[in-house]
Design a protein around this ligand. Structure first.
Ligand code: GDP
Ligand code: MG
Length: 292
């Protein structure tokens, strides 16, 4: 049997469940997921290997109009994800307004690669309103195949997998067959901390934070991780640390517990908060963080 392989890129508006979907399809929590928009900042690959196929999923940041430089670089990830896809998974949900994002819908209609249009979160709706959604999406993107799913409840994900394996081009694998992602371990350590910050802090704090792993030392029985949390202003630093350091301690403990699950090892985590004035708008700083 011939080997099939290709890039399946997950694209859509913020908060529709793209990262949840990738995690469910890959079977590992590679991408952090929160109820807040713009959680995902990078393009993150998740690889699924079968004997005769390799699917390279890419999770991407939600489509937004950039307001600052960090967001511009986030949209660069989205743009490349459109051009290098073998299959596009366009994710929407049963909550968002269908008329949102008409510019992007036009791009989908001009796409030369197959588009699977996934209506996510069907656990939140009923059959008649879902049928209405399907009909409306069919009118908007006539060439796309529409698949209603629930990424969170794992509903109908097999239909996606089946269609993808049918549509994948014949090709040797792009990555070694035992690889799960393109990102190094320390990337996931930083993302786990960011996820806890998204959960524990309000307003602009999660959007003003970047996490850098300064030390990642793997010993036979312990993983020693030293993380610097960067904020853009002094006032954000005191909010992050909280009274008597309680807020930061809580975040650190939650992150450590998740890291121990992810790395399957005991973790010793140290965190420091540093101010890097307006880092979100400084090209050189962003480059250092892997945003191009
Ligand atoms: P992204 O911004 O598109 O990557 O969305 P996330 O994956 O971060 O998910 C945004 C929110 O939607 C999170 O609170 C998820 O738990 C929730 N969510 C994702 N998929 C589903 C689903 O199938 N059903 C329900 N009810 N919630 C979902
Ligand atoms: Mg996401």
């Amino acid at each position: 049997m011939e080997h099939k392989s290709g890039f399946v890129n997950i694209i859509g508006n913020p908060n529709v469940g793209k990262s949840t979907l990738m995690n469910s399809l890959v079977g590992e929590k590679l991408s952090i997921t929160t109820p807040k928009a713009q959680t995902t900042r990078h393009r993150i690959m998740g690889i699924v290997n079968g004997e005769n196929f390799q699917i390279v999923y890419s999770d991407t940041p939600g489509i937004i109009k950039p307001g600052y430089k960090l967001q511009e670089t986030m949209m660069n990830f989205v743009r490349t994800a459109i051009t290098d896809a073998d299959i596009i998974l366009y994710v929407t949900d049963v909550i968002e307004n269908i008329e949102k994002n008409t510019a992007y819908i036009q791009k989908l209609n001009q796409s030369k690669v197959p588009v699977l249009l996934l209506i996510n979160k069907i656990d939140l709706t009923n059959q008649p309103s879902l049928e209405l959604f399907v009909q409306k999406w069919h009118n908007l993107v006539p060439l796309a195949e529409i698949i209603p799913v629930s990424a969170l409840k794992n509903f109908n994900l097999n239909s996606i997998l089946k269609r993808i394996t049918e549509l994948l081009p014949v090709s040797p694998p792009f990555f070694s067959k035992d690889e799960l992602t393109d990102k190094p371990e320390r990337f996931f350590a930083a993302e786990i901390i960011r996820e806890k910050i998204f959960f524990n802090y309000q307003k602009e704090i999660p959007y003003s934070v970047e996490v850098q792993i300064e030390e990642f030392i793997n010993t036979p029985d312990l993983l020693r991780i030293n993380a610097v949390i960067l904020v853009s202003r002094d006032s954000q630093k005191s909010i992050l640390i909280g009274k008597k350091g309680i807020a930061l301690k809580k975040t650190g403990t939650q992150a450590r517990i998740d890291m121990e699950k992810f790395f399957n090892k005991k973790v010793f985590l140290e965190t420091f908060v540093k101010v890097s004035k307006d880092w979100r708008d400084k090209g050189s700083v962003l480059k250092g963080f892997g945003y191009q």
